[in-house]
Design a binder for this molecule. Sequence first.
Ligand SMILES: [Fe+2]
Length: 616
Amino acid sequence: MFQGSGLKGMILPVILLFLATLQEASSHGDNPLAGIAIHEARFALEESAFIKASPGVLGAQGGNPEWVTLSFTSANPSNDDWIGVFSPANFSAAICDSEGSMAGAPFLCTAPIKFQYANYSSPRYKDTGKGSLRLLLINQRSDFSFALFSGGLSKPKLVAVSNKVTFANPNAPLYPRLAQGKTWNEMTVTWTSGYGISSAEPFIEWGQKGDVRVRSPAGTLTIDRSSMCGPPARTVGWRDPGFIHTSFLKELWPNTVYTYKLGHKLFNGTYIWSPEYQFKASPYPGQDSVQRVVIFGDMGKDEPDGSNVYNNYQHGALNTTKQLIDDLKNIDIVFHIGDIVYANGYISQWDQFTAQVAPITSKVPYMVASGNHERDWPGSGSFYGTKDSGGECGVMAETMFYVPAENRAKFWYSTDYGMFRFCVADTEHDWREGTEQYEFIERCFASADRRKQPWLIFIAHRVLGYSSASWYGAQGSFEEPMGRESLQKLWQKYKVDIAFYGHVHNYERTCPIYQNICLDKEKHNYKGPFNGTIHVVAGGGGSGLADFTPLNTTWSLFKDHDYGFTKLTAFDHSNLLFEYKKSSDGKVYDSFTINRDYRDILACSVDNCSPTTLAS
Ligand SMILES: [Fe+2]
């Protein structure tokens, strides 16, 4: 028989676990486009209804994005009427895939690329039946049309379709994304265009500022629907992602400024050019120069025109992006450590994200890690069997962004930046002892020459170290299940300085820690030997915030339930500054410094003493 208090004791953890599950589900959210029951759409064209878009041609002067103004009328207006933006414009011609769960043939088989309610800018729409709306469009390689629906998002009825709108050159090379190559002196440039290899040769024209220009060829990848693992990526969310080109700029001079532009040589001899961009090549490993690194996760995208009801989902994304753009002259390299776009199988969102971050990615290397929203899909080899990638099963992330991994489908890699060595793990594949990834992580740590690269950084999407997220707290683990079990001995053995994670949408910093024990009482100015690893959750890039558990731990030094990002500044081999900044104002809300010399790295602490002998 249960004692009353015993029963209570059992029920409480169950409730807490349930609440924690809810929290996890809501904090990860779904793409707003998933709220539209597009398969349920019916044609109910009304003769008196119309929707008109102007101008008909966008970007004639090279502008991108561009505003479009819609005016529309309905005889039966309602507050849940909405406008969907479709691209390609001839959206009813999309081939319906039979993999959906709908009964009978649906009329529409493709989701809009964005949407907004008809009364958004016209509060009197319900009374007058008249409205107007401004939407910001980016060049996504196809034309656009705008459709007015009644019946809300759950029972959409198509009442009017607009004229077509198109960019002057829909195929233009766009959204350059720099990333570190496989060696320190190689920069890769990835971009998107509408030019396949049967119509043009892609290349980069580049050189040192004011010096001779050379041309480097680019490889071209594309993705078709069949490489997606399931719906919506394979069904209503599918959209042709265009051609993705990557060029490798080699033998760069350290810390030297280069200019570049994207080019396509059409087979009729015509050249298509992008604007000119600039970047600074990476420093030589061990180079003593000021090096500034920004790290955050889980940013996602938002729409500056207020569409997609993102206002209630990823509030912080545009703020974080803006802070980075405003401070770009003080940033050398960016790490976006998983949950990149939250496209969740709505492929159009990848273009929109690459457009959002292009002012950053065109100027500094933008290194990504893989998260659950990039990779997870049941039966696809991901460590977790959730549907968080919306059927993308990693293919979009692996193709749209370059990372110097041996095999981009296994998203772990190392990269060097001057005095830093970064070991980037892939939490969507098994990392435990005995796995291929574990071997890589150990090799990455072990091969860092700490005299040249004193700052050893571990990066992973899910929290393998320590977090006070409500759901981890409810589980009592304060980490991803099995997270640090294998890895903590590596962090300690190889004296990893800081480990960064996303996944939990907030900010938290620990003491230097090993096996749950703080090895240093200092909170802000670490001097001399550094005995443990500091664990940082930097998952507040933009997606809906996550709560902390009310339970207090001895190791958690600073928590912030807000949007933000972190920055490391290595002044030299002995001095590092860590800062946490809020996305709302770009100001520093937490910081610490590390001052130490090489002998302090060599000094041994708990479980990391090299063997010595009494022999002489
Ligand atoms: Fe995540």
